[in-house]
Ligand binder design. Structure first.
Ligand code: C2O
Ligand code: CU
Ligand code: CU
Length: 475
């Protein structure tokens, strides 16, 4: 008995020491890695607006879109070439705009030298069309999934999902947005003129090596973070805005960083949509937290500002982008009191309650005590069944992760509670990714409408790749 305690004590002490040494090495490592003081940030870079992808199908209720996955060169800094990847372009990709009810035929051509896949994050489709690790597209070949859009108006996104290279391919630039509209969203008085008062913001962070290439350093900390914030592929850009309501569709497209968005003057804005669609009514806030994979649509009313005012969108101590206020013009838009009707799912409808335990940090992560195995189905669900999932993360003093953004493929869910308390007002709508703080338990209710194999995982891409992922089969 005594011996046993002694051994446990000794193991704990040595673990403590190992972790301590590791953290010190990490900390010192920062000073040796550091990088690009001599780069000149192209000051006053205008916010790039991704193009709307051309629909090649003349029919109204059917669309054909082509995505070419390719390599390219991007100039994030003046006269510095950074090798990147993109869809139909050098970095990031176009916006795919579709309407509920439409049949969509996608044509994905992989011109990379390595395999990829294109996963439609947030889209409710069959497992075989989802673009997860099982739908690998090898170099030089193509993939042509088809689906019918059957979910509420929302801002979704797409990105690679191949085993072993998801995180790096996203880091190099593979990500794009899907905008779904429906009769409700189009009848709203909300800003919806794409690129004019309806603006996508893909927020990411990146680091660079001396030679200008991306510095992807998976340093065993909690995923890969960067020194610079990019919005739509430009370092802390600016956007000219008139004194009107502006709608921003924001994606946290970072590999691992959370963003906590605020306006430099601390003014309020309104969140109107979460991952899976419009909220029931706008939620007023002065701070928006987004973990990797999450989206939010917000409306900022610029009508109270003066011409030449500058307002900075910040995250913590970092500037994300600048709004330069321009003239006062007529605004035909407004913020409705009611945005949508969300049919709630009730606990009494659930056929089972499942537990998901997210544990560890760095490479030492597990989901329900084990690591992802492509040849193992972790869970079976009958089609149209409703389930409650209790997602927990252990909090640990030394090895404590900052928390995990938990995502399920092929469905939109509702948050029931956070540590037994009512969820935040802005997460009372449809979600496909929910942040679980260290030590917290979040209960969600979820219905699986489509058959096939789907992933669920932490959306810190380095955690996902280290095995914090499982797969379920809907039958
Ligand atoms: Cu953004 Cu497995 O997903
Ligand atoms: Cu997904
Ligand atoms: Cu995680």
């Amino acid at each position: 008995m005594k011996n046993k305690r002694l051994i446990i004590a000794m193991i704990s002490i040595s673990l403590f020491l190992i972790v301590g040494i590791f953290l010190v090495v990490e900390y010192l490592g920062q000073f040796f890695n550091n990088t690009n003081q001599d780069f000149i940030v192209e000051s006053a870079q205008r916010l790039p607006i991704p193009v709307l992808l051309e629909d090649e199908n003349p029919k109204v209720d059917e669309s054909d879109f082509t995505l070419i996955v390719q390599q390219g060169i991007t100039n994030f800094f003046k006269d510095v070439d950074t090798p990147t990847m993109g869809y139909n372009t050098n970095f990031l990709g176009p916006v795919i705009r579709v309407k509920r009810g439409q049949t969509v035929n996608m044509h994905v051509i992989n011109e990379l030298e390595s395999p990829t896949s294109v996963h439609w994050h947030g889209l409710e489709v069959l497992g075989s069309q989802d673009g997860g690790p099982h739908q690998k597209i090898s170099s030089g070949s193509s993939w042509d999934p088809s689906f019918v859009i059957d979910q509420a108006a929302s801002t979704l996104w797409f990105h690679p999902h191949v085993i072993g290279t998801t995180a790096t391919q996203v880091y190099y630039g593979l990500a794009g947005l899907i905008l779904i509209e429906d009769d409700n969203s189009l009848s709203q008085s909300l800003p919806n003129d794409y690129g004019v008062n309806d603006i996508p913001l893909i927020i990411q962070d990146r680091s660079f090596n001396q030679d200008g290439s991306f510095q992807y350093s998976n340093n065993m900390m909690d995923g890969v973070v960067g020194d610079y914030i990019l919005v739509n592929g430009a370092i802390t850009p600016y956007l000219d805005v008139n004194q009107v309501n502006m709608r921003f569709r924001i994606l946290n497209g970072a590999n691992a960083s959370n963003f906590n968005l605020k306006l430099s003057n601390n003014d309020n804005f309104f969140q109107i949509a979460s991952d899976g669609g419009l909220l029931e009514s706008p939620v007023e806030m002065n701070q928006l937290f987004l973990s990797p994979g999450e989206r939010a649509e917000i409306v900022i009313d610029f009508s109270n500002y003066q011409e030449n005012d500058q307002i900075i969108l910040t995250s913590g101590n970092d500037a994300v982008m600048t709004f330069n206020i321009k003239e006062k013009i007529n605004d035909h838009t407004s913020l409705p009191k009611t945005l949508s009707v969300i049919e709630r799912m009730y606990e009494s409808q659930a056929t089972s309650i499942k537990t998901i335990e997210l544990d560890g940090m760095g490479h030492m992560v597990t989901l329900n005590g084990r690591k992802f195995d492509m040849n193992r189905i972790d869970d079976n669900v009958r089609q149209n069944d409703i389930e409650i999932w209790e997602i927990t993360t252990t909090s640990r003093m030394m090895m404590g992760s900052q928390g995990h953004p938990f995502h399920i493929h092929g469905t939109q869910f509702q948050v029931l509670s956070r540590d037994n308390k009512t969820p935040y007002a802005n997460e009372m709508g449809w979600k496909d990714t929910v942040f679980i703080k260290s030590g917290e338990t979040v209960r969600i209710i979820v219905k699986f409408k489509h058959k096939g194999v789907f992933m669920y995982h932490c959306h810190i891409l380095e955690h996902e790749e280290a095995g914090m992922m499982g797969q379920l089969e809907v039958y």
